[in-house]
Design a protein around this ligand. Structure first.
Ligand code: PMP
Length: 452
């Protein structure tokens, strides 16, 4: 592994580490035992750790840097915008926001022509739900178990993993339903068709029993990300959409992680021809270089707020630096053909290699994904599908697997019992192939824990 980091930089990194441990309060951690990795530098598909080791980043920093690190066109656009107008209050027109809104509206499906900008994904979710409630006059929100929608008040409530428990006292009318998840079917299904049918029946029963007259919104990740990159079986999303039409419910597609090319399409709903009423985005919209998220809004919902005030706003809604980065990112994705490249990488490199992992490693329970959005589900036993760590939890075994991936020269992304393969859309083929070779080292470790 090449080292291009000086001794001074490594020393400065150690100083930063100590300051971090003394003063930084971290997301989702028990603060004391947490031992974060220091990153000294990032470039393209690489990061350099606190020891100066170069690692291949297949995490994209929480599935965020869709066009890789330090893309020169985006960095230049941020500089240029900073020199012109670094910040401005949201009630004023700013040209970066106007242009970003146009580019996004033209790429989102259907008539999602109006864009409300937020600071990230969680507040996009909060605002989408508020819009849906005001539009329908109905307060309940349906959301899937095994989902992730963000860490703020309502967003963590609609999240379907155990991290919501601590804030469950303020559920705000949130009702969870079981999603279609063929590998671990909650309905005892043995085929995808059966799973679709049963999951839709369960959802309709839930709507009827909760009372359609009380349900304003349904929020669903088009491809659940943090919860396992499990693709909806054929017919499921269309069926969910039809139920929302039947019962007068606003369909919110959460594309914070799956959107902006990651799945090999601009948006994951495009794979299934579903047109949501609201679509939340963040992360890939500007490759995460400056915080930005938003809600794309249908004309019908826009009409609700044509004469009536929308009661919500953010100081940084459409921040010029973030929007300039979005314009440059979307333009780079297009100019450099990155969406088609993501699709090709999934079809030609990641998918086939993960299939081979399945064939060669008994710890691999299932592999699945599309584009540059893949998961390897690790199990102790293929028959029982006992996971290597519980959903929402960690385990010593998984820690060992992750440590092996790092030792092999990767910055991996693990969620519970899964290794996620989520590199940038423009990772060079040879770097991706090398990354997958390194990832296999972690699978040899996982195999040690197989019990049958
Ligand atoms: N929705 C989904 C689908 C996400 O994956 C995430 C973040 N992982 C969020 C919402 C929340 O986004 P943020 O962390 O930017 O608030």
């Amino acid at each position: 592994l090449t080292t291009e980091i000086s001794a001074e930089e490594i020393q400065a990194g150690k100083h930063a580490y100590q300051l971090d441990r003394d003063h930084v309060f971290h997301s989702w951690q028990a603060q004391g035992p947490f031992a974060p990795m220091t990153i000294l530098k990032t470039q393209d598909s690489y990061v350099w750790d606190g020891e100066g080791r170069q690692l291949i980043d297949i995490s994209s920093q929480l599935v965020n840097t869709n066009i890789g690190h330090q893309h020169p066109k985006v960095i230049a656009a941020i500089h240029e915008q900073a020199d012109k107008i670094a910040t401005i209050a949201p009630q004023h027109v700013n040209d970066a926001r106007s242009e970003a809104a146009r580019l996004i509206a033209e790429r989102t499906p259907g008539d999602l022509n109006r864009i409300f900008f937020t600071n990230g994904g969680a507040d996009a979710v909060e605002h989408a739900i508020r819009m849906a409630r005001l539009h329908t006059g109905k307060h309940k929100v349906l959301s899937a178990y095994r989902s992730y929608h963000g860490g703020t008040h309502l967003a963590v409530n609609v999240t379907g993993d155990p991290r919501r428990y601590a804030s469950d006292h303020a559920t705000d009318g949130v009702v969870h339903f079981f999603p279609a998840y063929p590998y671990r079917s909650y309905f005892g299904s043995t085929t995808e068709a059966e799973e679709t049918e049963r999951a839709l029946k369960h959802l309709e029963d839930t709507i009827i029993l909760e009372g359609a007259s009380t349900i304003g919104a349904l929020i669903l990740e088009s491809i659940p990300g943090t919860a396992g990159i499990y693709l909806p079986p054929a017919g499921y999303l269309a069926g969910v959409w039809e139920l929302t039409r039947k019962y007068g419910i606003v369909y919110i597609a959460d594309e914070v992680m799956a959107g902006f090319g990651r799945s090999g399409e601009w948006f994951a709903v495009n794979h299934w021809d579903v047109t949501p009423d609201l679509l939340t985005f963040a992360k890939g919209v500007n490759s995460g270089y400056v915080p930005l998220g938003g809600v794309a809004i249908s004309e019908a919902i826009y009409e609700t707020f044509r004469e009536r005030q929308y009661p919500g706003g953010l100081t940084y809604s459409g921040h010029p630096l973030a929007c300039a980065a979005a314009v440059a990112t979307i333009t780079a994705m297009e100019d450099e053909n990155m969406i088609a490249n993501a699709k090709r990488l999934g079809e030609e490199i990641i998918g086939p290699r993960l299939e081979r992992f399945y064939a060669d490693h008994p710890s691999v329970g299932e592999v699945r994904g599309t584009g540059v959005f893949w998961a390897i589900e690790l199990v102790k036993n293929r028959e029982t599908r006992e996971p290597l760590a519980a959903y929402g939890g960690s385990s010593a075994e998984m820690n060992e697997v992750v440590a092996a991936a790092k030792a092999a020269g990767l910055l991996p992304f693990a969620n519970f019992n899964r290794l996620h393969v989520v590199p940038a859309m423009n990772i060079p083929d040879e770097v991706l192939i090398e990354a997958l070779d390194r990832l296999e080292q972690a699978l040899f470790v996982a195999d040690k824990f197989v019990t049958a």
